[in-house]
Design a protein around this ligand. Structure first.
Ligand code: ARG
Length: 260
């Protein structure tokens, strides 16, 4: 009987110790599950997946340049990538508050965002362009004054348009898709958006074209919380490797066929 009690006590201790060990094993990139298998830590990327070819749905899977580059970064970090598809203008605050590890969404580096988060090395260039109906009387950027402009809320396109043409002339939409719908149904006269998604939208919808004059040039980078310098260093190292060894370009070439 005494022996039984002792054994029970030892067994209980063991369970306790194991439990504590399991709880303390984070901090490493790999965690041990209760069954002894290794579990990778997750790298949570916030995006807004209506932005082809950077992020969009193929069935129920989020694909695109950002999704693929992020997967390679996670692999280099020995982490499991998880993608959260949220409103574009919730990405920077969400990263700032630590809800997500990083924000990757064809996101332009600008001063306003730099007050809230840090950005990695830039991995792509963006150009803001103007989509109009084929028969539009808007021929160049100079014809935009007094026109109704559509853009995705919180994007640089929407910010510049409000600065240059007045907030009262800008209608913002939850996605670029919806802004293009607004153009098709005549609610706005044009849409200001990044060139690659613009090309995708124009090829998917009849009767639209992109103005030849470019509206603004910008750099895309990954947003990371200011206090998360450890992750910033790791992601920058991984990203710079992918740029240097041509793997990033390979992904870009898969999604963007350069004309000319
Ligand atoms: N480059 C623009 C910006 O940073 C638009 C990005 C929109 N991205 C998206 N995934 N919807 O404001």
């Amino acid at each position: 009987m005494k022996i039984m009690k002792k054994l029970l006590a030892v067994a209980l201790m063991l369970v306790l110790v194991l439990g504590v060990m399991a709880g303390c094993s984070s901090g490493n990139d790999e965690k041990t599950n209760d069954d002894g298998t290794q579990q990778k830590e997750t790298l949570v990327m916030a995006t807004n997946a209506q932005f082809p070819p950077y992020e969009y749905y193929d069935g129920d899977k989020i694909v695109g340049i950002d999704a693929e580059v992020a997967a390679l970064i996670a692999e280099k970090l020995g982490m499991e990538l998880e993608i959260a598809d949220i409103e574009f203008d919730s990405i920077v605050p969400g990263v700032q508050q630590g809800k997500y590890d990083m924000g990757m969404a064809g996101m332009t580096v600008n001063d306003e965002r730099l007050e809230q988060v840090n950005f990695t090395t830039s991995y792509a260039k963006g150009v803001q362009v103007v989509i109009v109906k084929e028969d539009s009387d808007i021929k160049t950027i100079d014809d935009l004054t007094g026109k109704k402009i559509g853009a995705q809320q919180g994007t640089t396109g929407a910010i510049y348009a409000a600065e240059d043409y007045g907030e009262e002339n800008v209608t913002t939409y939850a996605s670029g898709n919806l802004a293009v719908e607004g153009l098709k149904t005549g609610k706005v006269d044009c849409v200001i958006i990044d060139n690659e998604p613009a090309k995708a939208y124009v090829s998917e919808n009849e009767g639209l074209k992109i103005l030849e004059t470019e509206y603004a040039n910008e750099d895309y980078a990954i947003a990371i919380a200011k206090d998360n310098t450890e992750l910033m260093d790791k992601v920058n190292t991984a990203l710079e490797e992918l740029i240097a060894n041509g793997e990033l370009q390979k992904i870009v070439d898969k999604y963007i066929t350069s004309e000319e």
